[in-house]
Design a protein around this ligand. Structure first.
Ligand SMILES: Cc1cc2nc3c(=O)[nH]c(=O)nc-3n(C[C@H](O)[C@H](O)[C@H](O)COP(=O)(O)OP(=O)(O)OC[C@H]3O[C@@H](n4cnc5c(N)ncnc54)[C@H](O)[C@@H]3O)c2cc1C
Length: 445
């Protein structure tokens, strides 16, 4: 394979940064163009959630780049859900029967910087910041860049262009005009806003740090993930419109009473609630499904640009890093034949991206509507018991998604098959019970 080929990566977010490391380590010449400033000079990248949860799939991607331990050393393990009731009562649900199974809260900016630093050590990887891609010539391929500081426009040519520019991808926008390119975009009626729980006066975490905190309220919810500086980043998922919504709750006089009524224990820990609520942006949540994710042997999409999903399974970047790993494996297998590389990468990833998209959407309902119910808690307990009793046969869906690298689509199929067996066994047990009752009744008579 010709390694002197020039690979342009548009977008130096999480997926773009990992792909740059992996391609660079494999010896390719890689140039990354990122629209934002270098976060190492200006502070955190982006304005979205400042932390995020990574699990086995993302950790595997980082391991390929030799970065897993560096990232995990700075992570906070979350081993279960801490559910906050409307009256402030707490209940805890472990994620797994195995106490070592955990999702890991990491700093989004910190993770990005770790990957930039690793790639910068390679002589064949270059980062250019403040460069927004505004157009793509798919056939050359070449990207048109706007320097956001100087307003200078340049066209840059490469052998391959990788679109890693997120949910609002400019690269994908250009592919939308190619015949037979499918595209489907769905906005949720809910948006999100980030708030903060600071450390206590003694400088400690104000809540249990080794858990993901959820305030399920039916129709809406808030979650909180711990940060290394002993703060929690809270994310309020709320409808844009309606009675209790971002549209109606805006003024100081409404914010504090609303939180005191619905999130009383959290409100007590948020001294800057009103300021944060009014100052922080309200952002939307979107799902993108498109295909094919590549154009001939020239352009390919990875991460959110190919499959943005809602964040309710905490799998967005786990799936994105799986893309990076899959692309590297296809490069190895189909050495030098880029069209073949892209088409087998797409075949491998597409049904899995669709599967996690659907799971993420349905997990929103589970987290906000069902997480607090006794039936849900019993179901989760039942899953853990089955897993303990039949570890070879039964693996709860959440474990397959978060604590294994079983392809998403296969995990969904396996979970459905397990459910069918459980229903069948339950039916047989009920029938045996009824027959026994009938026999006993006959004997007694
Ligand atoms: C509230 C919230 C919470 C989340 N929590 C989790 C979680 O816990 N776990 C998880 O796995 N996932 C989570 N996700 C999803 C995760 O954030 C995304 O899947 C992930 O960031 C996607 O990475 P990416 O590199 O593909 O895209 P992005 O992170 O969006 O990066 C794209 C990059 O491209 C740059 N860019 C954009 N347009 C251009 C352009 N025209 N030219 C040049 N550069 C450009 C951007 O500045 C950015 O740096 C969450 C998402 C949200 C919204």
């Amino acid at each position: 394979m010709k390694k002197n080929q020039r690979i342009i990566i548009v977008g130096g977010g999480l997926a773009g940064a990992l792909q740059a490391c992996l391609l660079g380590q494999a010896g390719f010449e890689v140039v990354v163009y990122e629209r934002l400033a270098d976060p190492r000079l200006t502070g955190a990248l982006g304005g979205r959630s400042i932390n995020l949860a990574i699990s086995d799939r993302a950790i595997y991607g980082l391991k390929l780049a030799g970065l897993d331990q560096i990232v995990l050393n700075d992570a906070i393990a979350m081993r279960g859900r801490a559910i906050h009731s409307p009256t402030g009562q707490l209940s805890y649900q472990p994620y797994s029967k195995n106490p070592n199974d955990a999702i890991n809260s990491v700093s989004r900016g910190g993770l990005n910087i770790t990957m930039f630093d690793a790639a910068d050590k390679l002589p064949n990887v270059t980062h250019h910041f403040d460069q927004r891609c505004v157009d793509v010539d798919l056939d050359k391929p070449a990207v048109k860049l706007l320097n956001t500081k100087t307003n200078e426009i340049t066209w840059v040519e490469g052998d391959i262009v990788i679109g890693a520019d997120g949910a609002y991808s400019a690269v994908r926008d250009n592919m939308r005009f190619v015949e037979r390119f499918d595209y489907d975009q769905l906005y949720l009626a809910h948006g999100f806003k980030e708030l903060c729980i600071p450390p206590t006066k003694a400088g400690e975490f104000a809540m249990e740090p080794n858990a993901l905190h959820i305030w399920p309220r039916g129709g809406y919810m808030m979650i909180a993930l711990p940060n290394k500086d002993r703060t929690f980043t809270c994310t309020l998922f709320w409808p844009f419109e309606g009675e209790n919504s971002f549209e109606t709750i805006k003024k100081e006089a409404d914010i504090q009473p609303f939180f005191q009524e619905h999130f009383p224990d959290a409100a007590a820990l948020m001294p800057t609630l009103v300021e944060d609520y009014q100052a922080n942006p309200t952002s939307s949540l979107m799902t993108i499904r498109c295909g094919p994710w590549y154009y001939k042997s020239k352009v390919v999409l990875i991460g959110d640009s190919a499959h943005a999903i809602v964040p309710f399974y905490g799998q967005g970047i786990n799936a994105g890093f799986e893309d990076c790993a899959a692309l590297m494996e296809c490069i190895k297998v189909h050495s030098g034949n880029w069209e073949q590389i892209f088409s087998s990468y797409y075949k491998r990833r597409k049904e899995n991206a669709d599967a996690i998209r659907d799971l993420a959407l349905s997990n929103f309902m589970e987290m906000r509507d069902r997480a607090a119910s006794p039936v849900f808690r019993m179901k989760k307990k039942g899953e853990r018991i089955l897993h303990k009793l039949f570890p070879q046969w039964y693996l709860p869906l959440y474990n397959m998604i978060s604590f294994s690298r079983i392809p998403y689509a296969e995990a969904v199929k396996k979970a459905k098959a397990q459910d069918r067996v459980i229903i069948l066994v339950a039916l047989v047990v009920v029938i045996i019970f009824i027959v026994l009752l009938a026999i006993i009744w006959g004997l007694v008579k």
